[in-house]
Design a protein around this ligand. Structure first.
Ligand code: FBP
Length: 573
């Protein structure tokens, strides 16, 4: 039987009441619930809109303009405090979707939207579509009332309405969704998601404008991966908290490592594609090695080159009597090794084409069949991989056609290859240390943590700001809150047309308009800072132990943004 939460009609409690009945809050949870997130000055009262210049997409202007005739070129907007407020706004309803992976602060986006809407008119109502875009298409929703919102303020997770990865991309889905929007008299839909989900928000905004549906669509930049950013979106929410959680645990491991002095810890860190999380954690914790996928790609490094580098550090440390260390591995590494990238790309096609047949085979038959479909160079590389890694690379793709890198044990692959090479070196008399390993993967530990003050404030402001963008009648915009290394009073709130962030990229064999992903910039200050310390960190033991997130205490401790953001804004760390 389906739980009440997934029913089609509106309902009062559903899963929420089940959670609430079970939930006895800790002292910290109660204190945290009372935290009042800070808003930028411009959003503290009534707002007026300052309209900027017309915009262009970051690349492929002609193609993007042709694909988005109604929403291309719109101006950037900024909010300012309105000195002559006291307007009574007409009541309206809003729907929200949480899309993709969880990120700390999602509940504060929701509470920010709710409070923003209520500040405009107490009669405004907020509806949440359940379990991501699927709830929108299948008309599964709930009204979010003040008492429900109250239970989720400043908490981690997306469990208030759930999230999902259904790709919202087809006109039939848009039409199906429109039915429920009209039934609930919803004026605007807010999609809280990463680059793919916000791309879809832009497509939906254009579609609704084209058919005269009279529904606005607004995006909110979410992802712990930190790769949805540009001049106007300084960071995606959740990155700050997730990195602080991982850095705390890496610090703890490093303290253990430096106490026992007997293990190499290989620590894989989430971040599907970009290495922002690994880089931020490296700046925070100063491990012996941190691999940066973007650098591997730029230098066209092979798996063998990476293994050689780790072996060099391990053997040099052994000469100093240190048979211990820490190695940070970004989750997406494997796809950035050029030869592996070519293999994965061919595997994607093979799996898409032969999926049905492959699903009926046992492991050995599957490996053999895939091997026979690959071109010779890729087949050779595929065969050279340990069996478990070859199988992990051959698992089903996600709904966006991506290989599920979180399921590939790159940390084990590397440590196994390093161990083998060190044995060879020992046989040649080039190495005489000990190499014992431990493996870790940090991802889910941080995605639903209670947001840091930075993320709690930032997400609340993003949500509140989204309500103002709706009230200003805008569509196809992303909520933008900037100037984030300054005190929140001075943050700049407004909206940026999503088309402005787009370019054309090949997806599943076709050129598609997508938001340009922000990979680690090898000329940027965060990477250069790390690169300047790298050799010293490798051949010394200079671990940092950042400790747990602090919610109460001096602002310089509790409100400190990520090191990446500070460096990107020209500040020192
Ligand atoms: P989003 O881009 O949707 O925010 O998700 C990010 C992420 O946490 C990645 O770091 C990770 O690779 C992926 O989600 C794992 O997703 P899932 O748990 O759905 O497999």
């Amino acid at each position: 039987m389906q739980p009440e939460k997934y029913c089609r009609r509106p309902h009062s409690r559903g899963l929420i009441s089940i959670t609430l009945r079970k939930m006895k809050k800790s002292v910290l949870q109660r204190a945290r619930a009372d935290y009042q997130p800070k808003l930028p000055k411009a959003l503290q009262g009534s707002v007026k809109v300052k309209v900027g210049e017309a915009t262009e997409s970051v690349a492929n202007q002609k193609e993007i303009k042709d694909l988005f005739p109604h929403t291309y070129g719109m101006p950037v907007v900024e909010f300012e405090a309105d000195e002559n407020p006291a307007r009574v706004e007409e009541p309206f309803n809003v729907g929200i979707i949480l899309s993709g992976g969880q990120a700390p602060g999602g509940h504060n986006v929701v509470s920010g939207i709710f409070d923003g809407l209520k500040s405009l008119n107490k009669e405004n109502r907020l509806y949440g579509f359940l379990m991501g875009p699927a709830g929108f298409i299948n008309h599964q929703y709930m009204e979010l009332t003040a008492s429900i919102i109250k239970e989720y303020r400043n908490t981690g997770g997306f469990d208030i309405i759930g999230s999902g990865r259904t790709k919202l991309e087809k006109p039939e889905q848009f039409d199906e969704g429109l039915k429920i929007l009209k039934e609930l008299n919803i004026k605007a839909l807010v999609i809280i998601g990463g680059d793919d989900s916000n791309t879809n928000a832009a497509v939906l905004a254009e579609y609704y404008k084209n058919i005269g549906a009279d529904v606005q669509v607004i995006g909110v930049p979410k992802t712990i991966d930190g790769d949805l950013k540009n001049e106007w979106i300084e960071t995606s929410f959740g990155f700050d908290t997730a990195c602080k959680v991982y850095s705390e645990v890496i610090g703890n491991i490093q303290r253990d490592c430096n106490s026992a002095k007997k293990y190499y810890h290989f620590i894989k860190l989430m971040g599907r594609s970009a290495s922002h999380i690994a880089l931020e954690c490296a700046l925070e914790t100063q491990p012996n090695i941190c691999l940066i996928s973007e650098e591997v790609q730029a230098k066209r490094m092979t798996l063998d080159n990476i293994v050689s580098y780790i072996c060099y550090v391990v053997s040099e440390r052994a000469k100093l009597g240190w048979n211990f260390g820490t190695v940070l591995v970004p989750e997406g590494l494997i796809e950035f090794i050029p030869s592996m990238k070519s293999l994965i790309s061919e595997l994607n096609d093979v799996i898409e084409e032969h999926n049905e047949q492959l699903s009926e085979l046992d492991e050995v038959e599957k490996l053999e069949a895939i091997h026979s479909y690959l071109t010779p160079t890729n087949a050779e590389l595929y065969k050279s991989l340990p069996k478990n890694i070859a199988l992990q690379l051959s698992l089903d793709r996600d709904s966006h056609g991506n290989v599920q890198v979180s399921l590939i044990e790159t940390e084990s692959l590397l440590s196994e290859m390093v161990a083998k090479r060190l044995e060879e070196m020992a046989a040649e008399g080039e190495y005489s240390g000990k190499f014992n390993t431990q493996h870790h993967f940090f991802g889910y530990e941080g995605r639903c943590a209670d947001p840091t003050n930075f993320d709690a404030d930032y997400t609340y402001a993003l949500g509140y700001n989204a309500a103002m963008l709706i009230n200003a009648g805008l569509t196809g915009y992303m909520s933008s809150v900037r100037n984030l290394t300054e005190p929140s009073e001075k943050w700049i709130a407004g909206g940026i047309p999503i088309t402005m962030m787009m370019n054309m990229e090949r997806r599943k064999g076709e050129m598609k308009p997508v938001i340009q992903k922000a990979l680690v910039n090898l000329n940027g200050r965060p990477y250069l800072k790390f690169a300047s310390m790298r050799e010293t960190l490798a051949l010394n033991t200079l671990y940092q132990y950042p400790g747990p997130i602090q919610y109460f205490g001096p602002s310089e401790i509790c409100d400190r943004p990520s090191m990446t953001l500070l460096l990107e804004h020209g500040k020192e760390i």
